[in-house]
Design a protein around this ligand. Structure first.
Ligand SMILES: [Zn+2]
Length: 158
């Protein structure tokens, strides 16, 4: 069976983006676990780079995906800083298959977010470590900046 690796961004001493009483590391873990639940009924072995709140270097995460011989790696993040909407990244030197699969996933996720009124910022290229160090097609999602946090938990009820 094809191996799929889901990578919840950050963890342990690295909370990632923080706001509205929420931390990126917790949300990425939650989203990753739910993504695995969705994928498990299909003919795939699904692994997470971390399934608890632990520190894990990017190189370790990529090495795990490589060691498992993953067919695909999906890294889940929530962008920090200003801005709004959804964007995703393939590596600057991504091959045809990585581009094609990345575009499919981007379209599915962005259409879901669009139905809730969030902007599609596009499928972009970057030299992120998780994309550079993994040897298989990979995509990194940046979900909704801080607007994701406020969407989940408006400040008025924190
Ligand atoms: Zn992040």
């Amino acid at each position: 069976m094809a191996v799929i690796v889901i990578d919840p961004g950050h963890g342990g001493s690295d909370p990632g983006a923080v706001g509205y009483g929420l931390r990126e590391k917790d949300l990425t873990l939650d989203i990753a676990a739910k993504t695995c639940d969705v994928l498990r009924p299909y003919a795939a072995d699904v692994y997470m780079t971390r399934d608890t709140d632990v520190d894990m270097e990017l190189a370790q995460r990529a090495a795990l995906a490589n060691r498992l011989g993953a067919a695909y790696c999906l890294s889940i993040h929530i962008n920090a800083g200003g801005g709004t909407g959804f964007e995703s990244f393939v590596h600057v030197n991504a091959g045809d298959r990585s581009l094609a699969l990345g575009n499919i996933i981007h379209r599915r996720v962005s259409s879901f977010y669009k139905s809730s009124g969030f902007v599609d910022r596009g499928r972009k290229n970057a030299d992120f470590a998780m994309l550079r160090l993994t040897q298989m097609p990979a995509l990194l999602l940046e979900n909704l900046f801080g607007s994701f946090l406020s969407w989940l938990k408006p400040p008025s009820i924190t």
